[in-house]
Design a protein around this ligand. Structure first.
Ligand SMILES: Cc1ncc(COP(=O)(O)O)c(C=O)c1O
Length: 458
């Protein structure tokens, strides 16, 4: 087997620099030990997110020049609408400026206080949008998804029995819709099988509950179905995507992921009544329904990007990159989520630092150590992001303490990943010196973005 090469060559470059360790220490201190508050220029390999950080293709840049900036009914809107419809088969398309805007319109239109929204795992913005309107966000991930060492092929699947219990427990009338997130970002970027989406739909149909797909990484999920699920090897990623969406009543999408664009999103549905309500809120919040907070040129870039994300060679290269780094880490003995997810490598910080109490945030310890060691920026997906407070104000940790190193699309080359491997190796060797942290400032929603940390004495 020959090396899987990047299926592109580089036409434009963007400089990165490596600042000294002393400068990194200063920068992190100034950022209150929270890497979200660092200047991007001070991060040499920025793996904070795969969202909106990708490189666009020549075809996308060319399409941007064709952007029609008419306020209403632009050519670019037609292109966007027909592309989304051809991939999803879903009738009503509402463009939004990003995924959480689609979530806000969905939740503020359909959820009443006390309603319950099941999902395999809610992403943080989805949970926040649900809780903001008084809803309850239930995670019903399969057991394998909670075991970072389990090698099952579809660890993003929803647990069907938990779904049945959730519906029986809360009652159908409290569940205006259910969601399934493909791939499952919060649980390690793990895919969801077609069989599981079908099984979820069957249960929901019995109770007349609509299904909304959180479709941010639909193309990566389609690739995993192609590779791992019986009966799909002969189908194109477009055909697989169509089948996935045929099981849904609607979807939210952040085009900053599998739209291969730097901004954008959409909300889609088949229900005419919902579409009417969504449109009314869209006009107040985002803009006229044929641009929805996006420029005509963005609509063009997304339309091309969505189709490029479904190119098989692109997905082969992308997943090879993820596997390349994860294999290096497995060889070093670093505990990671296995098999590797679609858009990131997830380090298991709890296993890396077993002696650190979970509420001393081992994920933050590892994140900050990576930055100090080599200017690498990742993100904690653990108790800071997903921890919860009970009625007495007691903090409960998240089930997993993960550190996500998300891969921007078409941005870094193999030598960047080799460097990354070296930095992680150093951190792993010196893990005994990593301190715990406590929070000194936090906001009531999505605290991880802005909170301040203080190092605890070891
Ligand atoms: C699964 C999932 N849903 C929703 C979102 C929100 O999308 P956006 O960042 O475009 O608002 C994200 C973003 O990372 C995500 O990963």
């Amino acid at each position: 087997m020959k090396t899987i090469i990047e299926p592109f060559r580089i036409k434009t470059t963007e400089p990165i620099k490596i600042i000294s360790r002393k400068e990194r220490e200063k920068a992190l201190e100034k950022a209150h030990e929270n890497v979200f508050l660092l200047d991007a220029e001070d991060c040499c390999i920025d793996l904070l997110t795969d969202s909106g950080t990708g490189a666009m293709s020549t075809r996308q840049w060319a399409a941007m020049m064709l952007g029609d900036e008419s306020y209403a009914g632009s050519r670019s809107w037609k292109h966007f609408e027909s592309t989304v419809q051809s991939i999803t088969g879903i009738r009503h398309v509402l463009p939004t400026h990003q995924g959480r805007a689609a979530e806000a319109i969905l939740t503020q239109t359909l959820i009443k206080k006390g309603d319950v929204i099941p999902n395999n795992s809610h992403f943080d913005t989805t949970r926040a949008n649900i809780e903001y309107v008084g809803g309850i966000a239930e995670n019903l991930l399969c057991e394998q998804g909670l075991d970072t060492a389990d090698q099952s092929p579809f660890k993003g699947n929803m647990d069907i029995e938990k779904l049945e219990q959730c519906i029986a427990g809360y009652g159908r009338e409290r569940i205006p819709f259910a969601m399934i997130t493909v791939t499952n970002n919060s649980g390690g970027g793990q895919p969801v099988s077609m069989a599981n989406i079908r099984a979820v739909k069957e249960v929901l149909d019995r109770h007349a509950i609509p299904l909304i797909i959180d479709a941010c990484r639909f193309a990566e999920n389609a690739y995993f179905i192609h590779e791992r699920e019986k009966g799909y090897a002969g189908k194109s990623l477009l055909e697989i995507s169509r089948e996935m969406f045929s099981l849904a009543d609607g979807a939210t999408m952040s085009c900053k992921k599998d739209g291969l664009a730097n901004i954008g999103g959409f909300l889609i549905c088949n229900n005419d009544e919902w579409a009417e309500k969504f449109k009314n809120l869209l006009i107040i919040r985002e803009g006229f329904p044929t641009y929805g907070g996006l420029a005509g040129r963005d609509l063009e870039a997304i339309s091309v990007g969505l189709m490029e994300a479904l190119e098989y060679d692109y997905q082969v290269y992308r997943q090879a990159t993820v596997r390349y780094l994860s294999q290096k880490l497995v060889d070093m003995g670093v505990p990671i989520v296995r098999p590797a997810g679609g858009h990131a490598v997830f380090l298991d910080a709890r296993k890396m630092l077993p002696d650190l109490p979970v509420l001393h945030y081992p994920g933050i310890g590892v994140i900050n150590a990576l930055y100090l060691e080599g200017g690498v920026r990742g993100v904690e997906l653990g108790s800071v992001m997903f921890g919860r407070f009970d009625d007495q104000g007691r903090e409960h940790p998240a089930p997993l303490e993960l550190v996500r190193l998300a891969f921007p699309r078409r941005v870094y080359t193999q030598s960047h990943f080799d460097y990354l491997g070296e930095i992680i190796e150093e951190v792993w060797k010196n893990r005994g010196k990593i301190p715990g942290y406590r929070i000194t400032y936090q906001s009531p929603f999505l605290r991880h973005f802005t909170c301040h940390f203080e190092k605890l004495a070891s």
